[in-house]
Design a protein around this ligand. Structure first.
Ligand code: FAD
Length: 454
């Protein structure tokens, strides 16, 4: 438990010279919530200046990435401009990548910004903070598998999702052309391999399979969806979704089989090449596109935060108030933080639900500190896990205590999955704008092909 309250510093901007500056770096699932909340409380009451830093100009909710990669959602309708959010809610937005932190001088160095043509827009800058909150998310962990970083695609941001989508469409275009040119000969199938059958890999594999039908109907008419496009999901553990209940694994596996996704479990990938995956058992699996969804780690730049302690997954070690043990003015949460999990010796998992609850907690904890009140530690309440298989279904699991769990699938689980995103939007926009946005998404979904065709 920590009871420190803030001391303002002389280096804040003149307008806010006597209030502390809270700098949040990373405007993702957690950081954007925290900046919006704090701006509405501490910022509105002029108790603190809130600054949000992100390397991109727009926010996109990461759990939707597989829908962007498969073409089910148009990112343009789901991105939120940080500048607009900052203007509506009263925080300051600074675009740029956090490069390093001088903890003694309380200075964060923000990298230069370039436009799409490589033109220099903004120089490297230094930003003074009184309290620094790291919400940088995670990066793909390739576990040093030879060739993986070179040949497997990660799925960490919109650029990568779009890159994958374009490669996927290009592969379908080639195969379709081949099938048209030589109709007598069966065109060789395109093989898309997803490595890692946690929730991300499972959702991506299902979304890709759902994308193929509309693509062949609208554009690639010579392709036979099930024969010419092979979607394979590869998992090292004996079953998919290894951290969830066995019944959830079994139900999801059966649904993937019905969708014609090939599921391989107990397969250890030993190497990834340009056009194949090699396994420890000596198999060679052809691969036109390989996606790596087998694990995450903290971003490498965390080593530049003036020697804060990191765990083996390169996440910042924090205590239950989400402060680093070395420096009470540096906080970390979400995927980039190693936050102790109550009742076990491990850390909380990298999930949007954790980031969301920690953002809510920090919003309250900062207000308590600013008013000199006592701050309690963060406690995570697991509301369950939902894995979406697109329009064919979803599976939801929640613990009911003492190794008993409730499992729901079908429409109720699909509704729960939808609700999680709407809850994120509610936290950012409030009820009226979230309802309007949801209506606009619904209208668009009835007014366009179900998949992006180009
Ligand atoms: C395809 C996919 C599906 C998922 N599905 C689910 C799901 O169904 N349920 C669930 O609970 N979780 C899901 N997750 C995990 C979930 O997205 C993360 O746990 C969550 O986004 C973590 O939130 P965060 O705020 O810690 O980081 P993020 O949301 O990743 O945000 C990090 C932010 O930091 C910015 N940033 C990074 N480095 C820098 C830097 N050096 N300088 C400035 N800015 C920087 C990034 O641009 C980004 O905006 C999924 C993840 C993926 C990839």
């Amino acid at each position: 438990m920590d009871t420190t309250s803030f001391t303002p510093t002389a280096e804040c901007s003149p307008r806010t010279a006597r209030i502390p500056r809270i700098v949040i770096v990373g405007g993702g699932a957690g950081g954007m919530q925290l900046a919006t909340r704090l701006a509405g409380t501490a910022g509105r009451r002029a108790l603190a200046e809130i600054v949000l830093v992100d390397r991109y100009p727009t926010h996109f909710w990461k759990p939707l990435l597989h829908e962007a990669a498969s073409g089910h959602c148009d990112p343009a309708t789901h991105t939120i401009e940080y500048a607009a959010q900052a203007r509506h809610h009263g925080f300051r937005f600074v675009q740029g990548e956090l490069l390093r932190v001088d903890r003694t001088a309380h200075l964060a160095t923000i990298g230069a910004v370039f436009d799409a043509d490589g033109e220099h827009i903004l120089p490297e800058r230094q930003l003074h903070y009184d309290e620094l909150v790291l919400a940088l998310g995670s990066v793909t962990n390739f576990f040093n598998v030879p060739g993986a970083a070179e040949h497997a695609l990660p799925l960490e941001n919109l650029e990568q999702a779009e890159h994958f989508r374009r490669r996927f469409l290009a592969a379908c275009t080639k195969a379709n052309h081949l099938a048209q040119e030589q109709p007598a000969r069966a065109a060789p199938p395109i093989c898309i391999n997803v490595i890692g059958a946690g929730a991300t890999g499972v959702e991506l594999a299902a979304a890709l399979r759902h994308a193929v039908g509309p693509l062949t109907a609208y554009r690639f008419k010579s392709l036979i969806a099930d024969r010419h496009v092979c979607i394979r999901l590869i998992e090292g553990a004996p079953r998919i979704l290894p951290t969830l209940d066995e019944r959830v694994s079994a139900r999801t596996h059966a649904q993937l089989r019905d969708l014609n996704v090939e599921v391989l479990t107990g397969i250890r990938v030993s190497e990834v090449t340009r056009d194949a995956i090699l396994t420890a058992a000596g198999q060679r699996l052809a691969s036109d596109i390989t996606i790596w969804a087998a694990g995450v780690a903290g971003p490498a730049m965390l080593a530049q935060i003036g020697d804060v302690a990191l765990n083996a997954s390169n996440q910042v070690i924090v205590n239950d108030t989400l402060q680093t043990p070395d420096d009470p003015h540096v906080f970390a949460f979400g995927d980039c933080a190693a936050c102790p999990s109550q009742g076990s010796r491990g850390y909380l998992p990298p999930r949007a639900q954790v980031a969301y609850q920690q953002a809510r907690y920090l919003g309250q904890a900062f207000m308590q500190r600013l008013s000199g009140k006592r701050v309690r530690g963060f406690a995570f309440h697991d509301a369950g896990t939902v894995v979406s298989l697109g329009k064919t279904g979803a599976v939801f699991q929640t613990e009911l205590g003492r190794s008993r769990s409730l499992i729901i699938d079908g429409l109720a689980a699909i509704g729960l999955y939808e609700f999680i995103y709407r809850k994120h939007l509610l936290g950012l926009h409030g009820t009226k704008r979230t309802l309007l946005q949801s209506l606009s998404h619904w209208l668009q979904s009835h007014n366009r092909p179900s998949i992006r065709l180009h």
